[in-house]
Design a protein around this ligand. Structure first.
Ligand code: ADP
Ligand code: MG
Length: 412
């Protein structure tokens, strides 16, 4: 076949975008091979069960989930894998091959039918225990040995925690040959694991997208009805560039509950069940009577919910300029009204927007560090990376992210 034809076919099928300067994410088979190797070293045998689940990046819809609003994430090519085999010793023995996890990196505990599971130390194992405790067929878990490995950076705002939960759940489905009937229930069980065992009062976004993500699509999730709708994200001319600031300000964990309370207070003042149920005009009518900070928080949330619905529409009609504008507005709103950005994220957004070919850029995730997400023409990706790298005072890392599939059982 002539070379130009081969190239065109690749492009039409949606060949993964590439960049000479972004980090390369290990392919699933490479990651599985490493995990199998680690299992061999840990347990002296070959695993025969494997599951994978992705991390995610939220394109828009920040701090809207706990306000009954919309979010628009996509699943990443970065995944967590769990490989293992069944045992009949009534124990779950799990090792993580991730050096950032707290010690000890290998734990063993009784199956839930013998002894109820409780959170404890090390922290990372709580995600695994929580999922086993909330697995729909927990009594069918008779014992297993497993190794965990991931390409999702831990604590970087790309949801390594949900990918670990969902990969573990999917592993248990394969182990017990008992798949969850409803994807929604699977995601909710994983969310409950994070609430009850990791003590993180997270929304539903991360687990939903890790379970339901589809290649070439973002997922518009209605956090009120829990309905989720795929939205095509497959324009071969544009890329989604994820930039990790590699900073993490501790403020996030203390400010998160404060923001939640402020939103509840705004809804109470406005006599609404939630900010989702509040129109912008209704908020504006109360501007004079409301505390300024509470007003600004509500302004962000109400605007962001609207922007997220519009962003889904922009994607559907293929309007990159519109989507980019919404992303920029989202960032400014998070920076000035919701006040959850930080200087590093603001710099990353500004440096990205300086480059021609960038449609829009914003912080993504809870804030106070973590990552930005940028909508950029494929041919401008390396220019953005070069511009940020030359100006950003810290060390940023870059990933070109293609919207990927959700959790799967993998044949070894
Ligand atoms: P994020 O979800 O944004 O990456 P979180 O703080 O919610 O950040 O979750 C990170 C925590 O999840 C880690 O500190 C660790 O306890 C746990 N974790 C995630 N992935 C793994 C893994 N592969 N092995 C062990 N622990 C993991
Ligand atoms: Mg998390």
């Amino acid at each position: 076949m002539p070379r130009y034809l081969a190239k065109r076919r690749l492009v039409r099928r949606g060949a993964p975008p590439h960049s000479a300067m972004a980090c390369r994410t290990l392919e699933l088979d490479e990651l599985l091979a490493k995990a199998q190797n680690e299992f061999q070293q840990q347990f002296g045998a070959r695993p025969d069960i494997a599951a994978a689940a992705p991390g995610r990046v939220n394109l828009i819809g920040e701090h809207t989930d706990y306000n009954d609003g919309f979010v628009l994430p996509m699943a990443l090519p970065m995944v967590t894998v769990v490989v293992g085999r069944k045992t009949s010793d009534g124990r779950c023995t799990v090792a993580t091959a991730v050096p950032e996890a707290d010690e000890p990196r290998r734990v063993s505990f009784s199956v839930p039918s013998k002894q109820p599971l409780l959170p404890g130390s090390p922290k990372w194992a709580n995600y695994v225990k929580g999922v086993i405790a909330n697995f729909h067929a927990a009594s069918a878990v008779e014992g297993f040995e497993a190794v965990i490995l991931t390409t999702v950076p831990l604590g970087g705002g790309l949801s390594s925690s949900a990918s670990l939960e969902v990969a573990t759940y999917t592993f248990l489905e394969a182990l017990t040959n008992n798949q969850s009937k409803q994807l929604k229930d699977k995601a909710l069980a994983c969310q409950k694991a994070e609430h009850d065992f990791a003590g993180v009062p997270c929304g539903i976004m991360d687990q939903f997208i890790s379970v339901m993500g589809k290649k070439g699509n973002a997922l518009l999730i209605d956090c009120k009805s829990l309905e989720a709708e795929l939205v095509p994200l497959d324009d071969p001319k544009v890329a989604i560039l994820v930039t990790n600031s590699n900073v993490h300000h501790n403020l996030g964990s203390s400010e998160y509950p404060v923001r939640r309370r402020q939103c509840e207070e705004a809804a109470r003042i406005l006599k609404k069940p939630s900010l989702r149920a509040t129109k912008l005009e209704e908020l504006m009518a109360q501007e004079k009577t409301m505390d300024e900070v509470i007003f600004k928080r509500a302004l962000h949330v109400i605007g962001e919910i609207r922007r997220t619905e519009q962003a889904a529409l922009a994607l559907r009609v293929g309007d990159n300029a519109w989507l980019g504008r919404l992303m920029n507005e989202s960032h400014q709103s998070l920076r000035y009204d919701y006040e959850v950005s930080c200087p590093e994220l603001d710099l990353l957004v500004d440096y990205a927007n300086e480059v021609e070919g960038v449609w829009g850029s914003r912080m993504t995730g809870g804030g106070f560090g973590g990552c930005t997400v940028t909508l950029v023409n494929q041919d401008a990706v390396d220019k953005v990376i070069a511009n940020i790298s030359s100006k950003y005072p810290g060390k940023a890392t870059f990933y070109v992210a293609t919207p990927s599939d959700g959790a799967q059982i993998v044949k070894l």
